[in-house]
Design a protein around this ligand. Structure first.
Ligand SMILES: [Zn+2]
Length: 59
């Protein structure tokens, strides 16, 4: 199932796709900071939101 990882502060989409990625990988890719709100991203789920989504959801 596709996966979506967003900044829990500003909801910036850090990652979305079919491949399950660990939050660590995603956070590392962004140098530990949200590119939008500059919030420090931690490795815990308090800092990022990970949830499955369906392709057909309208947004
Ligand atoms: Zn953010």
């Amino acid at each position: 199932m596709p996966q979506k990882v967003t900044c829990s502060e500003c909801n910036y989409v850090l990652y979305e796709g079919d491949i399950l990625k660990s939050p660590q990988d995603i956070i590392k890719k962004y140098d530990g900071r949200c590119p939008k709100c500059n919030r420090k991203l931690g490795f815990s789920t308090n800092c990022v939101s990970i949830y499955p989504y369906e392709d057909k959801t309208n947004n």
